[in-house]
Design a protein around this ligand. Structure first.
Ligand SMILES: Cc1cc2nc3c(=O)[nH]c(=O)nc-3n(C[C@H](O)[C@H](O)[C@H](O)COP(=O)(O)OP(=O)(O)OC[C@H]3O[C@@H](n4cnc5c(N)ncnc54)[C@H](O)[C@@H]3O)c2cc1C
Length: 399
């Protein structure tokens, strides 16, 4: 039977990076994946350009039942470390929005970089391969596959989360953790569009495709992951709401809760309303200072104020309009689910892991890294940064 220092299951972002680092530290590494094509999530990420990290990645960009857990790994392997690696490989990139770094060309450059790192580390990569069972064999881990059995002194589970099952996502990490009596924080789709059963506008079709910068809040300060506040673009879709604002908020949102949306800058609105020169303008027309004309008319219509001159609007209706647009509260029916989610919130409970190494405290030699852990990044490159940081500390912490 083949014997390795470490067997890594899952050759996505975290598994490939961990394998490369461990191999280059002199470990004999076997990396297994059930997928025919490797790195599919990296390939489709960032619209095909892979938002591979964020210049400002810090613990406040992550959700976890234990928000302190990420501090050590993120400090030891920072976004700058990964940027240095990307630069070593001559991969051209640019900053898009709030520190988000994207490849200038295809995301494939990141997959090639990771594969090259594995090659330098003499990693033995086998795929597609089906892992049938894993058990403990004396002080090692025995991995049974349809291509034979392998023995590893260390076992790293890097099989990611549940989003996008069509490209190889599975619940392997969660099932294996349960088998090992390791606690799980319930998994939920995150960074996901939200659906509504009752129409939030008179016709979703009519407004689908419109985008507005809003302030959005979701979650509750004292429960779960706390409350998230974002100022980002919201996109109206045929099914509900999406765009960066809603994706960010979705990670904090739970079934039955409402979302709070501030559609416009209330102080700028007051200035516009107070200007004498605007008295003769209609409500719809005043609202076009903030919204596309169709949406401006819809908001005026919701209060029966369409085509009404501002000077003729009662104080009560003025207050109602301000209230509508500064305190819009809606209850989503649900998320669009795992097929549309970018990440999984929840996963292996961090209380079971040592944040210095990602090792299961009660089971020396067993590690979990990447998205399968209860650590979820905000939109903007933070999830890949977590994959790199958790993989790096694990590779250095192998027994
Ligand atoms: C559409 C989309 C766009 C995204 N864009 C970005 C972005 O731009 N920036 C960002 O930071 N994050 C982005 N993400 C999130 C990011 O892709 C993930 O957080 C990241 O890939 C997680 O890395 P991972 O290694 O933990 O898991 P993955 O990259 O998902 O890798 C898991 C690997 O395990 C393998 N595997 C699964 N089950 C088994 C099994 N039973 N046996 C063997 N192998 C198995 C899979 O085939 C896969 O290769 C995006 C996600 C999606 C879905």
């Amino acid at each position: 039977m083949e014997n390795y220092d470490v067997i890594i299951v899952g050759a996505g972002a975290a598994g490939l990076f961990c394998a490369g680092v461990a191999g280059q530290l002199g470990r004999r590494v076997l990396l297994l994946d059930h997928a025919e094509i490797l790195g599919e999530k990296i390939r489709i990420s960032g619209g095909g350009r892979c938002n591979f990290t964020n210049l400002h990645s810090s613990p406040k960009n992550f959700l976890s039942m234990n928000p302190h857990f990420v501090k050590g790994p993120l400090a030891r392997y920072t976004s700058q470390h990964f940027i240095n690696l990307v630069q070593e490989y001559g991969v051209a990139f640019h900053e898009k929005h709030q520190g988000q770094l994207f490849c200038d060309g295809s995301a494939k450059a990141i997959i090639e970089l990771l594969l090259k790192e594995c090659q330098i580390g003499h990693v033995e990569l086998r795929h597609p391969i089906a892992v049938q069972a894993i058990s403990q064999h004396e002080s090692s881990w025995l991995v049974n596959t349809h291509q034979g059995d392998f023995l590893g002194s260390n076992l790293v589970i890097a099989t990611g989360g549940l989003p996008v099952p069509a490209i190889g996502a599975s619940d392997f990490a969660l099932q294996f953790a349960k088998q090992q009596n390791i606690p799980i924080v319930d998994p939920r789709p995150a960074l996901v569009p939200l659906a509504f059963t009752s129409g939030i506008f008179s016709s979703m079709e009519e407004f689908a495709g419109l985008s507005v910068t809003v302030e959005i809040s979701a979650g509750s300060a004292k429960k779960h992951y706390g409350q998230g506040h974002f100022r980002e673009d919201l996109l109206i879709t045929h099914k509900g709401l999406s765009g960066p604002a809603v994706l960010q908020a979705s990670s904090y949102w739970r079934e039955g809760e409402t979302l709070q949306i501030v559609w416009f800058d209330a102080s700028k609105w007051r200035e516009i309303c107070d200007a004498d020169t605007n008295r003769a303008r209609t409500v719809d027309n005043l609202l076009t200072e903030f919204f596309p004309a169709r949406l401006a008319r819809e908001f005026a219509r919701q209060l029966g104020l369409q085509d009404k001159k501002w000077a003729e609007v009662s104080s009560k209706n003025k207050a109602a309009l301000l209230d509508l647009l500064a305190h819009w509260s809606v209850k989503p029916a649900g998320t669009l689910g795992w097929n549309k989610a970018e990440v999984m919130a929840g996963g292996v409970d961090t209380t079971a892991l040592d944040s210095r190494t990602m090792m299961v405290k009660s089971q020396p030699g067993l590690f979990f890294i990447g998205e399968c852990i209860d650590v979820t990044g905000h939109l903007g490159g933070h999830n890949f940064q977590w994959a790199w940081s958790s993989a790096y500390v694990c590779a250095h912490g192998l027994l």
